[in-house]
Design a protein. Structure first.
Length: 149
């Protein structure tokens, strides 16, 4: 193989191999909110269980970064989250045991505070995610349908 063709082949293979990594990174960025971004959007108020329990989406949003950073709920029993934080207002997320709370009130997509429960029945992770309608989510579903009709 000629050096030019070999170089083209290597570049093409690098592009093909890196595409899933780039897509995954873009999907994560487009569908998750970094804590710094959340602070810019909503500010950062000290987490207070009573205020969160009784508060609006905006009130909850202002406390979300402090709640996540404090890791207060990591290891907490999943079934106790709604008792502590109030009735869930978010959407379904992979499992009935995951608790979700809306942090925004948009028509097409909302930011959702999400508590991920592990097999042990305790909270393993807390993050802010987009509920739907993102471009990358549509692309992902289109790709899955193309591969598995």
């Amino acid at each position: 193989m000629k050096p030019k063709k070999k170089l083209r082949f290597i570049v093409l293979m690098l592009i093909v191999a890196s595409t899933p990594v780039i897509f995954f990174g873009y999907y994560q960025y487009n569908n998750r909110l970094f804590l710094l971004e959340a602070e810019v959007l909503w500010g950062s108020k000290k987490f207070n269980e009573t205020e969160f329990h009784n508060g609006s989406s905006a009130t909850r949003a202002s406390m979300a970064t402090d709640l996540i950073r404090s890791k207060k709920f990591i290891g907490e029993r999943c079934d106790s989250i709604p008792e502590i934080l109030g009735e869930e207002t978010g959407d379904y997320y992979h499992s009935d045991s995951n608790s979700t709370y809306k942090l925004s009130e948009n028509q097409s997509a909302n930011w959702i505070l999400t508590f991920i429960c592990g097999e042990s029945g305790s909270v393993e992770k807390v993050f802010i995610r987009k509920s739907c309608c993102s471009i990358s989510q549509k692309l992902l579903y289109w790709g899955i349908e193309a591969i598995e009709p």
